[in-house]
Design a protein around this ligand. Structure first.
Ligand code: NAP
Length: 280
């Protein structure tokens, strides 16, 4: 860690609520240190009703860039000067760069998730995929999979109306991918190339969103949860011999892509990954 901060030290950060448990400060600060960049990354707890003031503060204080997390990913959009086409399409920004007072938003969750599938040697093109969940992360996953050419994506969510809204919205945006809100029965009975858990089930309790032994055929599985590193769902996948990944790859990749977006330099992926693995 850089011992001396000076008037030239650049400030980056993450805004969210809650944000205290974020792994991003440790991951990004080791990256700045590894490349000897005079910068620090801090966590800023920002209440929903103060998002506009927080963004004005980024401009006023010349903060060089921030990540954006729950619950600000959508509400922040109206405060920015420019947004990448994909972030605009999905209606969510997770990274902002400050270029001489001009705030540019993008979304690295999408690329982060799609790249994490490389570990499984999995390409979404022409594949049948199911998502469990229809919350914030499901939007990035859905957009990434549809953008990468998935032929069919089923969405199952506890609150059915939320899955239906997602299908209606994204069917217009990605007309080449068939999207469907489905019951759990359909998930169990349909052969799938990939199942993605985007729910929070398995994060705080040792519960699983689905009994994989009841599924007809699942070729690959991705669980977005990274803490604990092996959820009950991932443990069952291992027992059944289904190749599977947790959310660590997505977390790392979105952080690497944000780092490059801010600095223009390739991220020191290995040190960032080591840091994350130390945390779980
Ligand atoms: N690896 C990464 O980089 C990364 C990035 C983002 C998120 N994540 C992880 O992804 C998970 C979801 O995050 P998010 O931001 O999408 O959360 P979110 O917007 O709050 O959505 C939560 C989803 O989980 C469902 N859910 C919650 N409790 C449930 C239960 N008891 N039974 C069935 N479904 C339930 C919700 O269904 P309802 O609509 O019915 O409430 C909703 O679909 C979290 O574990 C988060 O840590 C990982």
């Amino acid at each position: 860690m850089t011992e001396i901060l000076s008037g030239r030290t650049r400030i980056y950060g993450i805004i969210g609520c809650p944000v205290e448990h974020s792994f991003s400060p440790l991951m990004q600060n080791v990256a700045f240190d590894a490349l000897k960049i005079d910068a620090r990354y801090l966590a800023f707890s920002v209440k929903p009703e103060q998002i506009q003031q927080a963004i004005a503060g980024i401009r006023a204080l010349n903060i060089h860039g921030v990540n954006v997390t729950v619950p600000h990913k959508s509400s922040v959009i109206s405060c920015l000067d420019e947004i990448s086409p994909l972030a605009r399409l999905i209606g969510a920004v997770n990274t902002i760069k400050n270029v001489r007072g001009r705030l540019i938003g993008t979304n690295t969750d999408v690329s982060g998730f799609i790249r994490s599938l490389e570990t499984l040697n999995f390409s979404p093109k022409h594949k049948s995929i199911a998502l469990l969940g229809a919350g914030g992360s499901a939007r990035a996953v859905l957009a990434g999979l549809a953008d990468a050419g998935a032929s069919c994506i089923f969405i199952h969510n506890r609150t059915v109306g939320r899955a239906e809204s997602l299908v209606t919205e994204f069917s217009q945006k990605f007309p080449d991918t068939q999207l469907k809100s489905v019951s759990v029965k359909t998930i169990l009975e349909t052969p799938l190339d990939l199942l993605v858990n985007t729910t929070t089930v398995g994060m705080e309790t040792d519960a699983s969103p689905l009994d994989l032994s009841q599924c007809r055929k699942i070729k690959h599985l991705a669980d977005l949860i990274y803490s604990p590193p092996q959820t009950r769902l991932l443990k069952q996948a291992e027992e059944l011999g289904i190749p599977a990944i947790n959310g660590m790859g997505m977390l790392l990749n979105q952080g690497c892509d944000a780092f490059t977006f801010w600095t223009g330099q390739p991220a020191p992926e290995t040190v960032m990954q080591e840091q994350l693995l130390n945390l779980v």
